[in-house]
Design a binder for this molecule. Sequence first.
Ligand SMILES: Cc1ncc(COP(=O)(O)O)c(C=O)c1O
Length: 421
Amino acid sequence: MKAPLNMTSPSPAAKPVHAAQTLFPIVDNCLQVGGIPLTRLAQRVGSTPFYAYDRGLVTQRVRELRAALPAQLELHYSIKANPMPALVQHLAGLVDGLDVASGGELKVALDTGMAPERISFAGPGKSEAELAQAVAAGACVHAESEREIRLLAQLGERLGIAPRLVLRINPDFELKGSGMRMGGGAKQFGIDAEDAPRLLALAGTLGLEVLGFHIFSGSQSLKAAAIVEAQAQTFELALRLAEASPSPVRMLNIGGGFGIPYFPGEARLELAPIGDALSAALPRMQAALPQAAFSIELGRYLVGEAGIYVARVIDRKVSRGQVFLVTDGGLHHHLAASGNFGQVIRKNYPVAIGNRMEATQREAVSVVGPLCTPLDLLAERMDLPAAEVGDLVVVFQSGAYGLSASPGGFLSHPGASEVLV
Ligand SMILES: Cc1ncc(COP(=O)(O)O)c(C=O)c1O
């Protein structure tokens, strides 16, 4: 027998909607992705759970960004945010470069047809085989240690190809208030800024030309002022590094860090102050480093809001007065939404019932997955339209660090598919 619905009274006023939901239209109570009703898309995909990425939203995001930032600033996509080949292919036609962090991502990037010199390979612990692949491809290797510099020199000789070498720098500052701090202090990423002059000299003695610098100070920031400040510090550091460089700087990657709002109360990042500050700073930088191409690298900002994760309700249980919607999807496909991908205090991602978008009868529910662990939680005590078995739970803000950032093998459940719509 079906458990009784444990509903709160129908809410007369519409609930406040998370900014993410406004990106996807609603027609006849149903969410639309790429112009297709979600229920129809689920039939097309053939099984749940799945991720759906809206290519129109990705295109629109790149357009908005280009309009807000100075034209001379190159825009790169960091594949780690979402390496789905069709999505990377779509982005390859919109951005100026692709950033990869493994031999696997390098293959995805090269398969798009992006010019190899517009592909950069950063990340600690690159294997000799990966470095050899990158040199053979003609991609830019962002060296993160003395070992990598020495290996590149050996590989260059062995392969008879001059490696395209950029130094990834661990800056002496960090992007304040960022979700993930990846610069400042002791880090496994990059070469400490103060050690750069020594390694620049070493590269020279090994016969390598250093093309420039990559300075990444953090990720997932929603504060324009913090990003502006970090970029100003990045430019100052780059000028100091340039003084120690035996050859002219040809490339300066100033990192990224543009965040998207995940949780209630978070506001969208304002692009205008960042664009204004960059427009003011770049002419001075171009005068100081006349041969340099300047780039930023963004992952989640380009794709995060364009993606949803969709799981089907397979059971509805009431435990001691609390309603649980048990779905066929969970943390094994979407670790981040479960709160276990770097969150200190668990908060709910924006979640909806995709085929009941306008329902007024609502209830407080927890949405869980099929894994036998309390960590498998997609929404905790959330106010949602009253749902039934067969309904489609949607997790917004899922286009980045979703499937590829999840422990797919955990508990041996089926995987999720991905579609670009
Ligand atoms: C070097 C580097 N670049 C880019 C990114 C992408 O960050 P995001 O997806 O927040 O833009 C990361 C994230 O860890 C990174 O380490």
